[in-house]
Design a protein around this ligand. Structure first.
Ligand code: RIB
Length: 299
């Protein structure tokens, strides 16, 4: 079973010509509301990739019941999600004319998750289950310890990166997803190769997927190193959620029995497709679309 101890956000997306600079005021061309949150995006990506996933966490009963409905519609199990009488987490996202973004996240109910909830849901975890984490929830370190104690495998995407990450039990992580900034912050190394090598030395029990934007991704697990080139999107509309799509598709691929190489390829195609549409969760492709694009690109 795959669980996602993950954030659920309402994304307020502003299309602007460029990202606003300090001290500047600019006008937005449009403002749209989308489902988002790194956790929700990853759960939807895993479900669309064909995996069985259960989402764990809190949502705001005042404003975010529609996000729970969306998770259900996507095929994500939501029995252990708890509604709280408070404002849901949300993100303020600017998307510029080139599709690049800048994001400010307000934790809301994601940051209200407490130890009592962790104890309750950790009891469901069984040996061999996978549990995915990001850094948008409270009690993440506590949940990681509970999962490890029960023999679950921890997948960590330490994003957004902050000083809390160093307080997490990183030695218990089985699989890291980091970008080059996070990789550098965790290892002190600069190049993709030295970051991977340092991960191997610091966390010999774990594998790492280092995402490198338009240069693709690098996978290392102490036995093999795989270089995955990025796929070119037909058009770049909005890059928000591309990393979450990649993470979800990769984990789902491994859970469904693909090799690391096959799962990386599928994740890279899914991420490329996701930037062709506006929104984070709304732009995550179905497996059929990923397979169709794979057929075209391998011709
Ligand atoms: O990774 C993209 C996500 O980051 C957005 O959906 C936003 O909600 C923030 O969590």
């Amino acid at each position: 079973m795959i669980y996602n101890f993950g954030s659920i956000n309402i994304d307020y997306v502003y299309e602007t010509q460029q990202i606003v600079r300090p001290g500047q005021t600019i006008s937005a061309n449009t403002r749209k509301i989308f489902p988002g949150g790194k956790g929700l995006n990853q759960s939807i990506a895993m479900a669309r990739a064909g995996a069985d996933v259960t989402h764990l966490g809190y949502y705001g009963k005042q404003d975010a019941v529609f996000l729970v409905e969306l998770l259900k519609e996507a095929g994500v199990q939501t029995y252990f999600l708890e509604g709280v009488d408070a404002t849901n987490g949300h993100a303020f996202i600017q998307v510029d004319a080139s599709g690049e973004n800048a994001i400010v996240v307000f934790g809301g109910t994601n940051r209200m998750v407490d130890e009592a909830y962790v104890k309750k849901v950790a009891d469901k975890i069984q040996e061999g289950d996978w549990v995915i984490f990001q850094n948008e929830m409270s009690c993440t370190a506590e949940m990681m310890k509970e999962v490890h104690r029960r023999g679950g495998k921890i997948v960590l995407n330490p994003s957004p990166f902050d000083e809390d990450i160093q307080t997490f039990p990183l030695e218990k992580v089985s699989l890291f997803f980091v970008n080059s900034i996070e990789g550098k912050a965790l290892t002190g190394e600069e190049s993709p190769e030295t970051i991977c090598k340092a991960f191997g030395e610091m966390y010999p029990q774990s594998a790492v997927v280092l995402t490198l934007g338009e240069k693709g991704a690098l996978y290392c697990d102490g036995i093999q190193t795989i270089q995955q080139p990025a796929y070119k999107a037909k058009v770049v509309v909005d890059t928000t959620g591309a990393g979450d799509t990649f993470t979800g598709y990769f984990v789902a691929g491994i859970a469904l029995g693909l090799s690391e190489e096959q799962a990386l390829k599928r994740a890279a195609i899914a991420a490329a497709l996701s930037v062709e549409k506006m929104g984070a969760a709304s732009s995550i492709p179905l497996l059929k679309a990923v397979e169709d694009r794979e057929k075209i690109t391998s011709k």
